[in-house]
Ligand binder design. Structure first.
Ligand SMILES: Cc1cc2nc3c(=O)[nH]c(=O)nc-3n(C[C@H](O)[C@H](O)[C@H](O)COP(=O)(O)OP(=O)(O)OC[C@H]3O[C@@H](n4cnc5c(N)ncnc54)[C@H](O)[C@@H]3O)c2cc1C
Length: 615
């Protein structure tokens, strides 16, 4: 049993790594703990969201798996931030978590050069120029190893004072990082994450909750799927709210909380706080949203997003029942927190290969990230790089200026993480350019470097050609001032009257116009019918043209500003800078922009604000 590439773990990072590596014709194995389905979702039953929808579309354009699986198991589609600009709008798909994993199993099973081995790995040793992987059953030889072991390394679960060994509820755990690899010298960090109690679907009073149906106008993720055809029956989510009683119950039980009584030592995600974190971080706030989401069409549980907890079981039941609509709710599975080892990602290269141990890669939650999409994005990068390195091709390194995956990998490898990392749009300094709608354009040069010739490659080539043609059409097509279109496109105010001959590109930039509808109208007027996706990408690209050029300019300017003096107190007083960044800046008190840039956790968007305002 010898392989080119062995992936340890069949979660979101693992299946993505295996899927892309197999596209290069290599002999790939996924070795994973038995009893856990491929691509299983231990927490929120959803894919996408702010910053993450962009990652799923980037992955899809690169030839990844997540978009296909999310479409095939999607039971509710929404656009988040739909009242804001196109740049920060993101798709979020509620998935049937069993169906998602089932589709992942089916899809991987159709790929003949992937072998799935359901065994637990105990140790990995470099021997000559290969690795020996020792499992509970036997040993394997492989040229490259990709570790995608999630929350399992030395995993410990907490619910109140109950502590169990495991990677997630009902599952085995794995030995710690240094037992698996005696060669890794850096000490692992301990992080923690948590999950809410799962509620019995039949015990919720939905009439007291706000219903959120699926939106039929949201596009599927996968570029080869029809954008609006759904694969499953659609289901609604519901909105509930905590109240003063809920928060009192939590605050009155502080000493029973493993997060606050010293039982949990690992650091949790700032942007995925438990309900007890919220209770003490925002002592004056008692109303928090709780989204009640179906875990699956056939499953009898609902996932209450926003109230993850490791409080004792009786306290969880108490606070859940204090919420309107949940007065009679029964809990099927109690919430818990899990603590686990993560690697120091400054030991990794941009390809996610370990600096000291060649041919060993790390991806996913074991790298200190949180979230399925972050894991999948890293899995793809590690899988592709392991494959191209065997084949002697150029490495795949996505620029942070062109992709969220690039932002994440650069952030991870250039800073020691002191808390779990989560992607959101403010992590990018170029978010007007790295949007969902143009992911295909942004990823095409990277995908084409693989020289693969699959259906998505020809789809993308045709799309890019049509995009270039339509962009040119917008530049060269002039609409005369007397055209009835000009009246239609004019706004209400005096300054919004279009009274001179203009190119279509110029018209699309007018602030009051929806660029997509406008371009559709122009094309209909010219008797041209084109696909909605193409029109959308061109229209939004034209709309943001000026901003993007300015953002490019600011990015260049940032590089030259290191010696600029700044007043950290003024910076901390700015409302445009996040609370997290202000805290970090106040701790270090930087005197120059260069010093500020080196502070861990300072977001590029913060740097851009400071650079632009010269605070
Ligand atoms: C309790 C909990 C709460 C979470 N909360 C959130 C949240 O609120 N928001 C969010 O975005 N994300 C959350 N997550 C994280 C989310 O589940 C992960 O980000 C995502 O699943 C990570 O993907 P991964 O591929 O890195 O690892 P996983 O999906 O965890 O997969 C790891 C895989 O490795 C295998 N494995 C581990 N050790 C071994 C071994 N020694 N031998 C063989 N196989 C092994 C396991 O069987 C598993 O298949 C939570 C996870 C848990 C467990």
């Amino acid at each position: 049993m010898t392989f080119d590439i062995s992936i340890i773990g069949g979660g979101h990072a693992g299946i993505e790594a295996a899927h892309i590596a197999a596209q290069f014709g290599l002999n790939v194995s996924i070795i994973t703990i038995p009893g856990i389905g491929l691509g299983s979702a231990p927490c929120n039953p959803s894919v996408g969201g702010v910053g993450k929808g962009q990652v799923v579309r980037e992955l899809d354009a690169l030839g990844g798996l997540m978009g296909i699986l999310a479409d095939k198991s999607g039971i509710q589609f929404r656009t988040l931030n739909d009242s804001k600009g196109f740049a920060v709008q993101s798709t979020r798909v509620q998935i049937d978590k069993d169906l998602y994993s089932q589709r992942a199993e089916e899809l991987i099973a159709t790929i003949p050069n992937i072998t799935v081995i359901r065994e637990k790995v105990l140790e990995i040793k470099p021997i000559d120029s290969v690795f020996e992987i020792i499992t509970t059953v036997r040993s394997y030889r492989t040229k490259k190893v990709i570790m995608t072991v999630g929350t399992f390394l030395n995993g410990k679960l907490h619910t109140g004072s109950e502590q169990t060994i495991g990677g997630r509820v009902g599952c085995d755990s794995s030995s710690g990082l240094q037992t698996l690899f005696s060669e890794i010298k850096t000490r692992p960090y301990r992080f923690k994450t948590g999950t809410p109690p799962r509620l019995d679907k039949a015990t919720i009073d939905y009439s007291k909750l706000e219903e959120q149906p699926s939106d039929s106008t949201v596009r599927n993720f996968h570029c080869l799927h029809d954008p609006f055809t759904r694969f499953s029956v659609q289901a609604s989510c519901y909105l509930a709210r905590t109240n003063p009683e809920t928060m009192d119950i939590i605050r009155n039980n502080k000493e029973k909380s493993p997060i606050f009584n010293g039982q949990i030592k690992g650091v949790g995600a700032r942007y995925c706080p438990s309900i007890e974190d919220k209770a003490f971080r925002y002592p004056d706030k008692n109303v928090h949203h709780v989204f009640i989401e179906p875990e699956g069409l056939e499953l009898d549980t609902m996932y209450p997003s926003g109230i993850s907890s490791s409080l004792p079981k009786e306290v969880q039941l108490d606070y859940v029942r204090s919420i309107e609509g949940l007065e009679e709710a029964e809990i099927k599975v109690y919430g818990y927190a899990v603590e686990y080892d993560v690697i120091d990602t400054t030991d990794l290269k941009l390809t996610l290969e370990h600096v000291q141990i060649p041919n060993l890669y790390f991806a996913g939650q074991v790298n200190g990230t949180s979230g399925y999409e972050e894991a999948a994005g890293q899995g793809f990068i590690a899988g592709a790089n392991a494959a191209v390195s065997i084949l002697g091709l150029d490495p795949l390194i996505l620029s942070r200026h062109e992709s969220y995956i690039g932002v994440m990998i650069e952030d991870l490898t250039s800073n020691t993480r002191d808390e779990p990392y989560r992607l959101f749009t403010a992590r990018s300094e170029n978010r007007l350019f790295i949007r969902e709608d143009n992911s295909l354009l942004r990823m095409f040069p990277y995908r084409s470097q693989f020289l693969l010739n699959s259906a998505i490659d020809s789809y993308q080539r045709n799309f890019i050609e049509s995009y270039e043609e339509l962009m040119e059409f917008c530049d060269v097509t002039m609409i005369p001032e007397y055209s009835p279109l000009m009246e239609e496109f004019s706004g209400e105010g005096e300054l919004q009257k279009l009274t001179r001959r203009m190119s279509v590109s110029e018209i699309l930039r007018q602030a009051w116009l929806n660029p997509i509808n406008t371009l559709e109208t122009v094309l209909t007027h010219h008797g041209v019918t084109l696909k909605h996706d193409l029109i959308r990408t061109v229209a939004i690209s034209k709309k943001y043209d000026g901003y993007i050029k300015r953002s490019d300019f600011q990015f260049e300017k940032l590089k030259k500003m290191d010696s600029m003096k700044l007043n950290w107190e003024t910076v901390c007083g700015s409302a445009n800078i996040s609370f997290e960044c202000r805290q970090r800046i106040a701790r270090i008190k930087p005197e120059t922009f260069g010093q500020l840039k080196l502070i861990e956790g300072i977001r590029p968007a913060t740097l851009a604000v400071i650079a632009a305002k010269a605070l």
